[in-house]
Design a protein around this ligand. Structure first.
Ligand SMILES: [Zn+2]
Length: 97
């Protein structure tokens, strides 16, 4: 009967549910250290993104693998998009008043 058609629809809906949470191949982000002037590539797990109420309080941070300095840099809209899309852990600093 129409059993096969029903299971086919179910398969599609599962695929659609996962389409939104695509896990991309390991992404690396190029970063530079203002302290030791080292340049390196960091995996998404090495970065952290903090989103504040305004762009002035939105930044990303990482620890320099070469000198160990804690680096913090402002993140513009595009950087935020890039980082979140790459699976970087995001922290929201919004204090809703
Ligand atoms: Zn450094």
């Amino acid at each position: 009967m129409s059993d096969s058609a029903t299971s086919g629809v179910r398969g599609i809906s599962v695929a659609a549910a996962f389409a939104g949470m695509r896990s991309v191949a390991p992404v690396v982000f190029r970063a530079g250290c203002p302290d030791c002037r080292g340049r390196f590539e960091l995996a998404a797990g090495a970065l952290r993104l903090a989103i504040g109420a305004s762009s002035r309080t939105t930044f990303y941070s990482f620890t320099c693998p070469e000198c160990g300095a804690a680096v913090r840099k402002p993140a513009g809209e595009r950087v935020v998009e890039l980082l979140t899309g790459g699976g970087v852990r995001t922290l929201r600093l919004h204090s809703t008043v």
